[in-house]
Design a protein. Structure first.
Lengths: 315, 107, 125
């Protein structure tokens, strides 16, 4: 299959199917994240990339035989390895016997929120989540460094004219987008703060928030979006989220507990846990949303820059 | 009363499912891009709407009912707009609709 | 008959792992057999998703429900894999975005994203 557009669409469908698979496996948080990230943002970024790198593949090499042999050998070794694994769904598997019952049984008394996944993510395994927020931040900074786009005010009247001239053509899409974006943002906030009681939390909320901003930027043009949501502020927010997360940890250190120990954040340990989880989920949501917006602005801005240069060369 | 609600909700669900399957058949069988997205746009919106109404009848909790109503409204808004955006993008990039079938298979 | 029962039990107990292995190998094949960078990145995404399915299917318990505490439920699915995979998904998209940005820059520097041509340009002769 040489048309990369079709390949990317199929990959998006694969992401959506795996999200529905996760729902049947009772992993609702994960399904939420996979649906928004894998079937949404990932497809979008890949489409933006092939609009810059070329839609069709020119195959220079396709030697399938050697690859097939390697794949067969590896696959059969892996299947041989799975023969010792515990059966699907068995409640006596080692994975169900050690740490998990502690989380399930003690989460309510030690932390006090119904969503065990959020309590494990934010409190029991809070340090892992911190590392991961830093990884997302680093990836955002790296994409920005690779594709750095000039943010200075340019007299790019050509693009503004293009935006205004197609106004009537895109009227329906613009109108509905304008109506929907507040609801999407509201939903993102709902998911963020309701992550304690149902599926949700910082990651999903950040991605949905970024999706709303990306929709606005796609419908109304990158420059309008940059004027509404200025890029320096987005860059600041990326770092602010990580800083918020780290400072919660430092404050716990200074209050006499361990790093990221929420019990000391307030007089009552349960209230301290709630406060700590709220703050770090906020930090996570901030960073994830800003990184996704930053990545999209950089991809789209690079494309705009190239089109502007080609436009200048031809006129 | 309960059994009436259950039967009505089952009818809605089945109708919605049938419409979605019809939309799928339409994608495969229609000759041209524009007719295909017309097939899915109409049938998927109505099919999803009927499925949601069927679910609404079975719900015990008011909060879940409100959420389902909001999802229904959003689907009714977004699906036609997405179809329109697809058709407009296709028209702008030069895909012209098939006005006369090239081989008259069955007229 | 006993051996037959054993095979049936093994099949129904292990088929989720075999599906994961098949998906993993599909992703692996795409990465090593195709020269186009975008296809390699998509192959990596497929590989990643298959690993997620592996973990989540390991955490599933027969008769359990989603790990959100509710009053009338006694058996929950294991929440630990969900936590790990949640972070893994978001990190995966961040690294995919980085890979795509690299592909864009490679295209600008070399003019192509086919691996063979790039290697030819780097090591002439």
């Amino acid at each position: 299959m040489k048309d990369l557009f079709a390949v990317i669409m199929l990959a998006g469908m694969y992401g959506l199917l795996s999200a529905s698979f996760f729902v049947t496996m009772d992993a609702v948080d994960v399904a939420f994240t996979e649906a928004s990230v894998g079937a949404g943002i990932s497809t979008l970024l890949m489409l933006t990339t092939i609009s810059m790198t070329g839609r069709y593949e020119n195959t220079t090499r396709h030697r399938p035989m050697l690859a097939l042999v390697v794949v067969f050998v590896t696959g059969s070794l892996l299947i041989y390895g799975t023969l010792d694994m515990p059966y699907f769904g068995s409640a006596q598997a080692p994975i169900q016997l050690h740490v998990a019952p502690h989380y399930i049984n003690n989460s309510m008394s030690e932390i006090g929120i119904p969503n065990i996944v959020t309590s494990a993510l934010a409190s029991y395994r809070g340090f892992d989540t911190f590392g991961e927020v830093v990884v997302i931040f680093t990836a955002g900074v790296a994409v920005w460094a690779l594709l750095m786009v000039n943010v200075q005010r340019r007299k790019n009247t050509e693009i503004d004219d293009a935006n205004n001239s197609t106004h009537e053509q895109h009227f329906i899409v613009r109108f509905v987008a304008k109506m929907l974006i507040p609801f999407i943002l509201l939903f993102a906030l709902y998911v963020q703060f309701h992550g304690d009681y149902g599926p949700g939390g910082g990651f999903q909320a950040g991605v949905i928030f970024a999706a709303a901003i990306i929709l606005y930027s796609m419908v109304f043009g990158l420059n309008t979006a940059r004027r509404v949501i200025s890029q320096p502020i987005v860059q600041l927010l990326t770092a602010a989220g990580v800083l918020l997360y780290g400072s919660v940890g430092i404050v716990s250190l200074l209050s006499g507990g361990n790093f990221l120990d929420y019990n000391v954040l307030s007089a009552d340990p349960i209230a301290g846990q709630h406060l700590g989880i709220l703050l770090i989920e906020l930090g996570v949501g901030c960073t994830v949303a800003s990184v996704m917006i930053l990545i999209y602005f950089n991809f789209s801005g690079r494309k705009n820059d190239r089109e502007l240069e080609e436009h200048k060369e031809t006129t | 009363m309960d059994i009436v609600i259950a039967v009505v909700s089952a009818i809605f669900l089945l109708l919605g499912g049938f419409l979605c399957v019809t939309g799928g058949v339409g994608i495969l069988r229609f000759p041209d891009f524009y007719t295909r997205i017309h097939a899915t746009g109409v049938t998927d919106t109505l099919g999803a709407g009927l499925i949601l109404i069927g679910l609404m009848l079975q719900v015990p909790d008011v909060l879940v009912l409100v959420k389902l109503v909001i999802i229904l409204l959003m689907t009714l808004f977004i699906n036609p707009v997405a179809t329109h955006a697809l058709a407009q993008a296709a028209l702008k990039s030069g895909l012209s609709p098939l006005l006369q079938s090239k081989n008259h298979k069955g007229g | 008959m006993d051996a037959g029962n054993d095979w049936a039990a093994a099949f129904f107990g292990l088929y989720n792992y075999w599906i994961v292995v098949v998906l993993m190998m599909v992703g692996f094949y795409i990465v090593i057999a195709h020269g186009n960078l975008i296809k390699k990145i998509i192959g990596l995404t497929i590989f990643q998703t298959s690993v997620f399915i592996y973990y989540i299917s390991m955490g599933n318990v027969d008769g359990g429900t989603a790990p959100i505490l509710a009053d009338n439920i006694s058996q929950y699915s294991n929440p630990l894999p969900h936590v790990l995979i949640l972070t893994a998904i978001v990190v995966g998209i961040a690294t995919t975005a980085l890979g795509l940005a690299l592909a864009i820059r490679i295209k600008e520097s070399y003019g192509t994203i086919e691996e063979e041509i790039i290697q030819g340009m780097d090591n002439p002769g």
